[in-house]
Design a binder for this molecule. Structure first.
Ligand SMILES: C[S@@+](CC[C@H](N)C(=O)[O-])C[C@H]1O[C@@H](n2cnc3c(N)ncnc32)[C@H](O)[C@@H]1O
Length: 218
């Protein structure tokens, strides 16, 4: 197995009780970290200045990005779960990076200010197929409950990607096979965005992938 060049952020400040309230970093989280590490030269060349993570959970993904980029940038993370917002602030502090945290649904409240400003957008969404009635509760179940096709939360974001991303903006999205990559590409906009799989990995019953969306060169 390839050895990671960058250490995973320190989460020793988080206790087992915290993971009853927020998502504990797992295989999907680490696949996203590995994808960012794999893309680091590409990301540094793009010189992102506004980086946003939706659904930050423990905060490890955006903290990792802040640590591995070789340029200063502005980091914003959102979550619908108040405990995730609070603990992401602590994770950033623990690792010596600066992240603005916002308690909100997706990017509601800031999306107009972010129009065509986001250079790097991350989302490891609740992707598990569940009954729709389980979606949207602002607690630990929001970490996994994805409703129909596991996409009820993700699908509300996808049509906003074009509006959020800057000219060179990139969107990283974690999915499982059941989420249907082709339909996701349609919803982001096949005519405007290319979609590539950065990494894929089987984890128990899940086949996880990290997708990277970039604007088509016109
Ligand atoms: C699978 S967890 C990922 C957590 C973290 N990013 C990681 O990779 O370990 C999904 C996260 O999305 C958050 N979430 C779910 N629905 C959301 C929504 N509508 N708006 C913002 N965050 C949401 C959950 O609270 C949870 O923290």
């Amino acid at each position: 197995m390839k050895k990671s060049k960058f250490p995973t952020p320190d989460i020793s400040h988080l206790k087992s009780g915290d993971f009853e309230k927020i998502y504990e970093p797992a295989e999907d989280t680490f696949l996203l970290l590995d994808s960012l590490e794999k893309d680091i030269d590409f990301l540094n060349n793009l010189r992102p200045s506004i980086c946003v993570e939706i659904g930050c959970g423990s905060g490890v993904c955006l903290t990792f990005l802040a640590q591995i980029l070789n340029i200063p940038a502005y980091f914003i993370s959102t979550d619908i779960n108040p405990a995730a917002v609070e603990l992401t602030g602590l994770t950033a502090q623990q690792n010596g990076v600066n992240i603005q945290t916002i308690l909100c649904d997706l990017v509601s409240g800031i999306e107009d200010r972010l129009e065509h400003q986001v250079d790097t957008l991350l989302f490891n969404p609740p992707y598990v197929v569940t009954p729709s009635s389980e979606v949207g509760t602002p607690d630990i179940s929001a970490s996994w409950a994805g409703g129909v096709k596991g996409r009820e939360v993700t699908d509300r974001l996808l049509p906003k990607i074009e509006k959020l991303l800057s000219d060179n903006g990139i969107f990283y999205l974690v999915i499982i096979k059941e989420n249907n990559q082709d339909e996701i590409h349609d919803l982001v906009g096949r005519e405007k965005f290319d979609c590539e799989t950065v990494l894929s990995r089987r984890s128990g019953p899940e086949f996880l992938s990290v997708l990277r969306f970039t604007r088509k060169i016109t």
